[in-house]
Design a protein around this ligand. Sequence first.
Ligand code: MTE
Ligand code: MO
Length: 414
Amino acid sequence: MGLKHPGRRGFLKRGAAIAGLAVGGGVRIADAQTPSPAAPAKSIKELVAYGERSRFVTSTRIPVSDRPSPDSFGLVFHVATPIAEQVGAITPSSLHYVATHLGSFVPDIDPKEHRLMIHGMVDRPLTFTMEDLKRFPSVTRLHFVECIGNSGRPGAKTVQESHGLTSCSEWTGVLLSTLLKECGVKSGASWIVAEGAEEVKGASSVQLSKAMDDCLVCYGQNGEPVRPQQGYPLRLLVPGFEGIFQTKYLRRIKVVDRYYMTFNDYGHLQEDPKVSALMNQIGPKSVILTPSGGQQLPGKGFYEVSGLAWSGGGAVKRVEITADGGKTWKDAVIQGTAYRMAHVRFVMPWMWDGGECELQSRCTDELGQVQPSRAQVAKYWNKPLTAAFRVPGTNNSIQPWVVKNDGSVVNGLV
Ligand SMILES: Nc1nc2c(c(=O)[nH]1)N[C@H]1C(S)=C(S)[C@@H](COP(=O)(O)O)O[C@H]1N2
Ligand SMILES: [Mo]
């Protein structure tokens, strides 16, 4: 449909690179745009053993903090999913966004050496190997992860910059409640503190009620072991809560009787457990991916408006779309099953008459919570509604995209 425009120059450059090399016998160029001796092309034998996407598919994650990622020391900072190029509701594991506190190295953990210890206010403190964990009854669930920093940048030009810090995977593991019951939680316990194995530890306090409800200790992601950047060999999933609670490289869970301030809370500073509990859950949210910022509509006529919706409060019940800046709204079609605390794809047929217009999407979840407008959010925080206004928490407000009459699409907030 020509919405995506990888750029003719990109193709020409790649063509030149290929022409300049003796390509034959199925030898693939590792990355024709930036040929690197450090990453030699894989042999056909290797590619048959473990596949790769077509070299014509080139979307990549991009750093979205003010630092390069990786930096010159090899530290990894926030990188965003190319969400506009994604199809369906599941993020390819290789493109799942990555967030590490203040930058860290992705630890190289031998699963044979890895242990999960559960201790504190329990009858039987226990240490589990990965093999132990795989003997417990397993569950597989689709869940999104979203960083609090997602949609934090009002000046974003593309949806990758504005909304790329959320991804959705099919996660497999053991319910945390199963493991906690095995240890026997003592009466009076009310919180858990989960800790990761790397130097920054990624510790988070989670309410025991949530821990006993639907938290998952995951060893699987999209049909294979959890990827290193997502927490290999073990990660905690706290469905619907901010990304910071989804402790990667999970090695220790302490059952406690109060909220503990951890390193993770540097950006939150919610010492009151009630306030903290209410702040943790992601609100109903949606974003249109086509058309979205930076894309170019080739001309007037038929388009399918398409995007993703999700909520920390449960399943998405409804997504509405406006093409006139919020005057009239129409229900979008939700594709497939809307799972709880998972991304769902929504679509709507749309005829573009060639005139300037503003597209927005609005999500309602199973609790009846409705995605707020930016004006409502500004009012809630008692801040003037300016282009520079940055929501001081998770920002689930409506994202407007303006289609100019030349077919270019820009961020309606800029
Ligand atoms: N051990 C550990 N867990 C962590 C982090 C971390 O740096 N270390 N980052 C957290 C943050 S801020 C987010 S948003 C999510 C991101 O998960 P992802 O990198 O798999 O997308 O993991 C959380 N869990
Ligand atoms: Mo995060």
